[in-house]
Write a protein that binds this ligand. Structure first.
Ligand SMILES: [Zn+2]
Length: 154
């Protein structure tokens, strides 16, 4: 993710300080357009440059954190929610339901907690996982109670 940046912490510190100075200059330029010749006098353009500099500074801080700790907490995914979608069947045939991750574009229905979603997948034979968003593996990571995913039909 940050492989273009140096591994040496002193080098990273150097870049960080350089970027911090540039960000300070961009902020000052925004307050007083024309103050620094090398920066655009247009406020909107200063914001564009300042945003870019801040993004770079963030990457440098992340790189330093990774070199120091081996951890990349900013990579943590947002916890997905779960949606149970019911399909009513005519006659007396049993209805089927599909479990989705809440970020699935096809997921419409009742919102479930992770515990409810696990029970639905584990204990309710009428519940299938959505083939699009595949919530099963994500649920398994959260519960040792779920057996490995069954192979996809076909
Ligand atoms: Zn889905």
């Amino acid at each position: 993710m940050h492989d273009d940046l140096p591994e040496d912490l002193d080098d990273l510190q150097l870049i960080q300080e350089y970027l911090d100075r540039q960000i300070t200059r961009a902020l000052a330029q925004h307050d007083r357009p024309g103050l620094h010749e090398e920066l655009p006098a247009n406020r909107r353009q200063v914001v564009v440059v300042g945003t870019f500099l801040r993004e770079q500074a963030k990457r440098v801080r992340q790189r330093a954190h990774y070199i120091e700790t081996g951890e990349e907490p900013w990579r943590a995914e947002p916890a997905p929610g779960w949606i149970l979608q019911f399909f009513a069947k005519p006659d007396n045939r049993p209805s089927r339901s599909t479990l989705h991750r809440s970020d699935c574009p096809f997921g419409k229905g009742k919102t479930l907690t992770v515990a409810e979603a696990i029970v639905a997948m584990r204990d309710v034979p009428e519940v299938d996982e959505c083939p699009q968003c595949r919530p099963y593996e994500e649920l398994r990571r959260r519960s040792a109670d779920l057996p490995p995913a069954p192979p996809l039909p076909g």
